[in-house]
Design a protein around this ligand. Structure first.
Ligand code: NCD
Length: 361
């Protein structure tokens, strides 16, 4: 049974901690147990998970390698609890479990679960923990995943929770796949250190950007540029975290000028599902923040264009054929890094990286 720091705390005591303290409470000796916040991951862990994802990716190329991977976790079961729409995150978690031989069940619509009969979230999640060995959870409520992690940690079956997107707040596994994509893209250019990363779009409500901006603080000399109309600019809380970590960053509306400097451009869509008044976002003109084919001439020849997807008009589909557009590869990386995260959670990492298994790849 894991003995996490969070187990010893009342909800109020836990809830009063700052983010870094909360992050530490959810880790088991430096390794994340519940995966809730980007703030749980340091440089060493990012390097380890990236290496593990690559080992899994290589093994999965052959029948023998895949067979070895599927022997890792057939004795564990995963619950995918997605109370908010999802394509990539849901499917890549399902695929990651399949790669490791782990059976999966899902609830994707609370109207077909007992929540519809008035069951509390707490009871729902405890029910899942009665049958499954870990829970991947997407919800529109900020902070709900951490509350559930606290509930489970103080129950008789404290199975791990992975936050697959919580409200407008955090999306740590998306940030992991984004970092893995950056690691791979800059493999031959001394890695992520010293690079300029530009974020574009709805940075106020985009949870992927909020998590990734923090993960990037683990790298030396990374500069961050946040490009958005004032109404959609990155939150004060993230800016404060970046300042605290001594990160160089700026907020601007100048898309073209920023593009000339960028090593990676991270595009995002307008998150209008969060509008407080219907149609509110539509009144903000975001056309000048769209990546058009003409921008390919401005962009550095060795830069990369990323997007967590789904996309709307913010990247013209004509851009897809440019070799710098890596968003489809980025999407696939989500499957590898999530498989790595799950393998690591259940301590199969050393086995996957052992010589005897590696030889099967
Ligand atoms: C993102 C999300 O759900 O936050 N999508 C994803 O997980 N790939 C981004 C978005 O919905 O715009």
């Amino acid at each position: 049974m894991v003995d996490l720091p969070v187990t010893k705390l009342s909800w109020t005591a836990f809830d009063n901690l700052n983010l870094m303290e909360k992050a530490a409470c959810m880790c088991d000796g430096g390794r994340e147990y519940h995966v809730l916040y980007a703030q749980q991951f340091g440089r060493e862990r990012l390097d380890h998970l990236g290496r593990l994802a690559t080992a899994i990716r290589r093994l999965a190329k052959t029948k023998e390698g895949m067979h070895e991977l599927q022997k890792m976790l057939p004795h564990k079961r995963a619950m995918l609890y997605f109370a908010q729409p999802s394509s990539r995150t849901f499917l890549s978690f399902a695929a990651a479990c399949q790669i490791l031989g782990m059976p999966v069940a899902e609830v994707r619509d609370t109207s077909v679960s007992s929540e519809f009969k008035g069951e509390s979230k707490e009871d729902t999640v405890r029910t899942f923990s009665s049958y499954f060995d870990f829970i991947v959870m997407r919800t529109q409520i900020d902070g709900l995943a951490e509350r559930m992690a606290w509930v489970l940690s103080n129950s008789e079956r404290p199975v791990p929770i992975i936050n697959a997107g919580s409200g407008k707040d955090q999306h740590p596994t998306q940030a992991l796949l984004d970092v893995y994509t950056l690691q791979r893209s800059f493999e031959e250019r001394d890695g992520i250190d010293g690079k300029v990363i530009m974020f574009v779009g709805d940075l106020a409500r985009g949870r992927t950007v909020r998590s990734l901006a923090w993960l990037l603080t683990n790298y030396d000399g990374v500069r961050q540029i946040f490009v958005a109309p004032p109404e959609l600019q990155i939150g004060e809380d993230i800016q404060a975290l970046l300042r605290e970590r001594g990160v160089e960053f700026r907020l601007t509306e100048d898309f073209d000028a920023s593009l000339r400097e960028a090593d990676a451009v991270y595009m995002t869509r307008i998150q209008d599902e969060w509008d407080s008044v219907a149609g509110e976002s539509r009144r903000i003109n975001t056309d000048r923040f769209h990546f058009q084919p003409r921008h390919l001439d401005i962009l550095k020849t060795n830069a990369v264009i990323m997007h967590p997807f789904p996309r709307r008009q913010e990247i013209d589909i004509a851009v897809d054929t440019d070799p710098r557009a890596v968003y489809w590869r980025q999407m696939r990386n989500g499957m590898w890094i999530r498989a790595a995260l799950i393998a690591d959670l259940f301590r199969c990492d050393a086995m996957i990286q052992s010589d005897s298994v590696r030889r099967c790849g």
